[in-house]
Write a protein that binds this ligand. Structure first.
Ligand code: SF4
Length: 260
């Protein structure tokens, strides 16, 4: 093909419809989200829905959603969902899975929900080897309530309640949830991904797929921690969110697969 042949003539209207190279709106998304510009959580939601569709398990999937900004996704994801009390999603998911073992059951929780309010819930579910998939959206702050420190806020990170940055002496050390879960025997798949880069998005998508495949194979508990941007809660300009994540959370929480 010569160079001339691939130049698109823009001097008039297109001769035909443009080739569709990407679906701007997955069919499982019922509407627009209302989260802040630059938030990473809608990206994570999209990946989750794409994986459910790819595995062709939508009709037998039940989601359990915690409380955080992502809680509003229950109105726009075309999947059966239940919203639970703070931190209790893994227990609710356990009950659903035991009653309906043929279903694919997942939780979607933030770091405040999973690591602050309900750390024991996810640890016990993992130790019991429950056949569920937990998704942790970790941005290191309580974004929904204005950007306060959580158990996963990294050292030095500024939040509304650690204005000079998290200090170990005052606030303690951050809790690496995926690493704790990975140390338990009931786990079949544990990984940590990010949505701050294009490569990270692709890798995280593969991790989610593997987590659901582990559940469908009856292999045990699976968890994917996804580092997500919260420019609002971090008090950084929207465009600086991905870079901020790479220089802060990703340094404390290395990406990769911990249990396969
Ligand atoms: S506050 Fe943070 S987590 Fe919540 S929607 Fe805004 S950017 Fe996302």
């Amino acid at each position: 093909m010569t160079r001339e042949q691939i130049i698109i003539d823009t001097s008039g209207p297109p001769a035909g419809p443009a080739r569709k190279v990407a679906d701007p709106k997955p069919s499982l998304l019922l509407g627009e989200h209302s989260l802040c510009p630059g938030c990473g959580e809608p990206v994570a939601l999209r990946l989750l829905l794409e994986v459910l569709q790819e595995l062709d398990i939508v009709q037998r999937t039940i989601g359990v959603v915690g409380h955080g900004c992502y809680g509003s996704f229950v109105r726009i994801m075309d999947v059966d969902v239940l919203q639970c009390l703070h931190g209790r999603a893994p227990s609710c998911a356990t009950g659903i899975k035991r009653v309906r073992p043929e279903c694919a059951v997942f939780t979607m929780q933030g770091d405040g929900d999973m690591a602050n309010e309900g750390l024991q819930e996810v640890l016990h579910a993992a130790a019991r080897g429950e056949r569920i998939t937990c998704v942790l959206l970790n941005n290191g702050v309580f974004g929904d309530t204005g950007g306060q420190l959580t158990a996963t806020t990294v050292l030095g990170q500024r939040t509304k309640t650690s204005l000079a940055g998290r200090e170990a002496e005052t606030h303690g050390y951050p809790i690496p949830v995926a690493d704790l879960v990975a140390s338990l025997q009931g786990t079949a798949y544990v990984a940590r991904g990010t949505v701050s880069t294009a490569g990270g998005v692709a890798q995280t998508r593969r991790m989610l797929r593997k987590a659901f495949e582990a559940q469908l194979a009856g292999a045990g508990f699976s968890l994917v921690e996804i580092l997500t941007m919260c420019p609002t809660g971090w008090f950084v300009p929207t465009a600086e969110g991905p870079g901020y994540l790479g220089g802060s959370l990703e340094q404390t929480y290395p990406l990769g697969e911990l249990v396969t």
